[in-house]
Design a protein around this ligand. Structure first.
Ligand SMILES: Nc1ncnc2c1ncn2[C@@H]1O[C@H](COP(=O)(O)OP(=O)(O)OP(=O)(O)O)[C@@H](O)[C@H]1O
Ligand SMILES: [Mg+2]
Length: 531
């Protein structure tokens, strides 16, 4: 007997037998309809572990069809791995104890699904257990969301740790590089000194480069975000790639609509290096050769898609880098964005490529998706918030990637203006000051934002403000620049930073110089600022 049907007795006195049977059949059909359409797995098995009932959801879940209900034992229905997890609960439930558990199952198509199950014993009149109701729900999506949140939290924690260490190392390196460069400049043409200085400077620069990559991962790399024509960046990257890919790798690039400009607010230089990183990974994954595709288009993400990519819903510029290489298993995929995770031989990879891509794209308010299967290739998708095409025109002169200042209206280059240099680290100030003086600038120093405000208000001759972003006290570098922009319109400003604990750069109208920097880099960014 179907345990889910009502146990009502027909009354031969009040209705003819036929009519009653017809009513019962109708009632059963209605109940089946309901049970087959609820989004849950409902079943019943008896003391002999034999199914007496299973709704459509149940049979679909195990992919067995209707025959599941026809007196089949549990062991024949469940895949062996699931059976091993479930059977202790079945035994306990048939002893009268309600059970609750979760299990994972691999579908025929390789997809992993998760169920949460409750077993409810049915008792006879004497308290004996007759059988057991099964109620399961598909919790795969919840599980995936939990995994995604855990992954995002892990990346956040690793990012913060990395960022903190990198910040301190960065400042130490800035002091080293600055002093070594100053020493070199004081003794030009001294071969003996150069023998010691050159390798020391080179090592310090390599260290600075490593730190820069770590800061990118930690989303603390100052960005120079502009309205960027992504199609052009991809085309530039492709030109570089053609030369560095072996003949066995075929490179294909495509734009959704060749005439459409895909504009995103991002840092063109960093985006290009992200694409190159992905392409180099793809090349390494295809030692025997294959196809590397870089596709760019625009997409509209709904809430669910946006959640998967950890971005806000809406229009995005999408860059997909696809290879036909060796692919990755699940364990590798779970770790690829961690800094220093690499499967490459020592010296072949530092494990920072994808970490940088991840950090950079998130810093731009975008997201990264990864699809890969062993032997079936890999696709990495970058999503960047899209801007209207007009944004590239609206960007102020000097901000837009391709805008060049109009020689008619560009101000004449001033002499060497008085610089107000603001940094809380005296040692760093000393070095930058020396570099500025070498460039011919008179310099006033301030140790924090509040002091700088007072000086700014008191010294009208200041022509250039150079300030660190993160400083103790009420006024940080950005607040100082905002104050200066109000109080001293026309004052040129330059931010210096290797670190910031908020989202740096995305909204800044001022140029940024990353610490540590060489005297040449300082000079060139000052020239640009004063232009
Ligand atoms: N397209 C791909 N196909 C297969 N595996 C990949 C692919 N991209 C990345 N991986 C795996 O992810 C790991 C980490 O990649 P990541 O770019 O972060 O570091 P790396 O390439 O090992 O070193 P680096 O980029 O710093 O030189 C790689 O070692 C590789 O195992
Ligand atoms: Mg790499």
């Amino acid at each position: 007997m179907d345990p889910l049907l009502p146990h009502s007795e027909p009354d031969p006195e009040s209705a003819p037998r036929e009519a009653l049977l017809a009513e019962l059949r109708l009632s059963e059909a209605r109940l089946r309809l309901i049970f087959d359409n609820v989004p849950a797995l409902i079943g019943y098995f008896d003391q002999n572990h034999v199914y007496q009932y299973a709704n459509k959801g149940y049979t679909d879940w195990f992919g067995r069809g209707r025959d599941i209900a026809a007196g089949r034992p549990i062991i024949d229905v469940l895949p062996p791995k699931v059976y091993a997890v479930v059977i202790p609960h079945v035994v306990q439930a048939l002893k009268g104890s309600r059970q609750r558990y979760e299990y994972e199952m691999e579908r025929e198509d390789g997809r992993i699904v998760n169920a949460r199950t409750e077993l409810v014993p049915e008792f006879g009149p004497d308290g004996e257990v007759l059988g057991c109701f099964v109620l399961s729900v598909d919790v795969s999506e919840v599980k995936q969301a939990q995994v995604a949140v855990a992954q995002a939290q892990k990346m956040e924690a690793v990012g913060q740790l990395t960022g903190g260490i990198a910040h301190d190392l960065n400042n130490m390196l800035a002091v080293m590089i600055g002093n070594l460069a100053a020493l070199r400049d004081r003794h030009p043409g001294d071969p003996e000194l150069a023998e010691f200085l050159t390798p020391a400077l080179k090592a310090a620069h390599s260290g600075a480069d490593l730190i820069r990559r770590l800061l990118t991962f930690a989303r603390q790399q100052p960005l120079a975000p502009r309205a960027v024509d992504v199609g052009e960046v991809v085309a530039d990257a492709a030109q570089l790639l053609v030369r560095s890919l072996p003949d066995s790798v075929r490179l294909l690039t495509s734009l959704a609509a060749p005439r459409q400009r895909l504009i995103a607010r991002t840092d063109a230089h960093q985006l290009e290096s992200a694409i190159l990183n992905l392409a180099i990974n793809a090349r390494d994954a295809m030692p025997e050769g294959g196809e590397l595709r870089i596709e760019t288009d625009e997409c509209l993400l709904d809430t669910a898609e946006a959640a998967e990519a950890e971005v806000l819903p809406g229009r995005h510029v999408r860059i997909r880098v696809t290879d036909t290489g060796i692919g990755m298993d699940e364990a590798t995929q779970a770790r690829v964005f961690e800094p220093f995770f690499t499967t490459k031989r020592f010296g072949q990879g530092s494990g920072l490529g994808l970490s940088m891509v991840y950090g950079f794209v998130h810093q731009c308010g975008g997201g990264v998706l990864l699809h890969s299967r062993p032997g079936a290739g890999t696709q990495v998708t970058l999503l960047l918030p899209a801007l209207d095409e007009s944004a590239i025109v609206r960007a102020p002169v000097g901000q837009s990637l391709r805008a060049t200042p109009d020689p008619e209206t560009a101000p004449a280059r001033p002499g060497r203006p008085l610089v107000l240099l603001v940094d809380d680290q005296a040692e760093l100030r000393r070095i930058v000051r020396r570099q500025l003086v070498a460039l011919g600038h008179p310099v006033i120093e301030a140790g924090d934002g509040d002091e700088a405000r007072e000086i700014l208000d008191a010294v009208p001759d200041i022509g250039l403000l150079i300030t660190d972003i993160v400083m103790p006290g009420r006024t940080d570098g950005r607040a100082l620049c905002r104050h200066a922009a109000r109080a001293r319109p026309g004052l040129r400003m330059l931010l210096i930073s290797g670190y910031s604990d908020e989202q740096p750069g995305l909204q800044d109208p001022w140029p940024l110089l990353r610490k540590p920097f060489t005297p040449e880099e300082l000079e060139s960014v000052i020239e640009e600022t004063l232009r």
